[in-house]
Design a protein around this ligand. Sequence first.
Ligand code: ADP
Length: 600
Amino acid sequence: MNLFQLLRKIAPYVRPYRWLVIVTLILTFIGSLIAQVNAVVLDRTVDAINALVSRPQFDWAHAAHILTVISIVLLGKEVLSAAITYAQQYFGERMRIFVSKDLSQAVIDRILSYRMAFFSANDNETGKLQTRIDQGVSSLSATVQNFFIDLLPLFTSAVLALILMFAANVWVGLTALFIVPVYIWITIAQARKLQGWRRNMRMYREQKSHGVMNIIESISVIKSFNREQIESQKQWNLQTEFTNNQMLVRKTSFRYDGLKSFVRQVGTVLIIILTAYLVLSGYPGMTIGKIMYHVMLFANVTAPITQLQRIFDQMNDALIYAEGFFDILDADAEREPTGTYRPDVVHGHFQLSGVDFTYPSGTKALHHIDMDIRPGQITAFVGLSGAGKSTIVNLLDKFYEPDSGQILLDGVDLRQWDTHFLRDNIGLVLQKNHIFDGTILENIRYGRPDATLAEVEDAARKSYIYDQIMALPNGFQSKATALSGGQQQRIAIARMFLKNPPIIFLDEPTASLDAVATEQIKASIDAIKQGRTVIIISHSISQIIDSDLIYALQNGRVEQSGDPEGLYKKGGVYRDVVDAAARSLNIDKLARTIDQELSS
Ligand code: ADP
């Protein structure tokens, strides 16, 4: 991406603030004019005072008049300049902040509309996506600031000063014009040279803060293995590399800064000598005042260029980050597809025929799946982890589209269904409870934002969590994240009751929970299962044997299907899974213990 493309891309975000831009530009121009006042005043003052002292008789009244005029002009200029600088900075900053806000919101709105595949693509992992967005927003708004607040004023002022120098004398103008490119060239060389190192610095900084985070997160492991020394050494190595790099950057910067300052001084000396020569040789219009005048104008020409390096750096950053950022913002192909079909009643009859599916990462997860998932029934998916069970649920929720084959819901191709409408009719409870930062009330209400308190309480009762919530000091106003895993899971189920969808997917809802929590959740799930299409993925036998129909999956294929008892008798994948589960429970011994207890 080049600078022109970049500016074209941010133009739509700057457009709403075009009045701010125009006002800022006008202020910029006035500011640049005012910046030249000192030089002009000094030129006149030197000449006037020079004329005054060379008179045989000193005229106090005339001197007082000159001093008064100078004071008024210079002070007036400062007041005006302060006001303009303030307004310019305020408007410019306002523009930067608002553009930054709009960009942040735009990218959030966009990614919310993207399909699941976008998020599971390799280079869009959560951390990477976040970094790209943050860096994109901050470097793009810095570009807006650089361009309108820094670069334009600086260059208007430099160009004006240069014009005044040419107007005063062509040779003086040419001298300045000759020095400026040399100066710019050194600045750009400096920025280029530092670019790689600056990128390293950023990398080291990220690693450093990551390092601290890692230590805090794994502190119990570090301490229990006595690995403090190793962790400290890791950080030490990083710090050393960081410091070396930092010193290199500083050293190079100082060298180039010295060179630039030398070139500027050479320019100043050349201009003094040239003007002095012109004055001495009686060049028309050349007075002693002109020496000061030219030197000050030259300072006005070079001052802005000292800022050039910083601006150059930031623009380079923007060019680097903008690409990644606009890739996210303009990923039109990632928009979630939707149809228009919105029937009055959803029965929940899924039919899959010949469904193949491959994840964006290239993992082929499903091979030729045929299924018939009937309304009002509980269908269980059984199989080892990685068999493809969750993937099917992902397809039924339209999170992904199959590579080939067809999925029908109530006889209509899933692609024709309005995606939002479809999801309004599906309840999804996942293994990892999706509890948000907020109160229990807010978390349950996520199922239906307009639900009344009574409805929320009713949902909590149905999922057998009401009493436990009421026992908390703040009841429904307690923080949901402070609940135990099993309780959070029942909050998720309560949310489902509130949503009340005809179709429910339960994806290992009791995995990683203890036996008591599992039993309580089973009660909540049994309550919600009534009269709906339910798909349950579970390793818990107690939940599986309650189902009407079982699909046993292996390596992305349906190996067996049928009712629990029939399938078990047949032997095969399902029987293996059930037997393994029974063995892991040590059912024999358990039965004997219970028997003894009963017979004694
Ligand atoms: P199960 O639910 O039976 O444990 P999954 O449906 O989660 O199995 O996974 C099936 C296969 O697809 C596995 O090989 C898994 O690694 C892969 N997979 C699952 N989710 C993704 C994803 N988001 N991106 C890439 N591959 C995935």
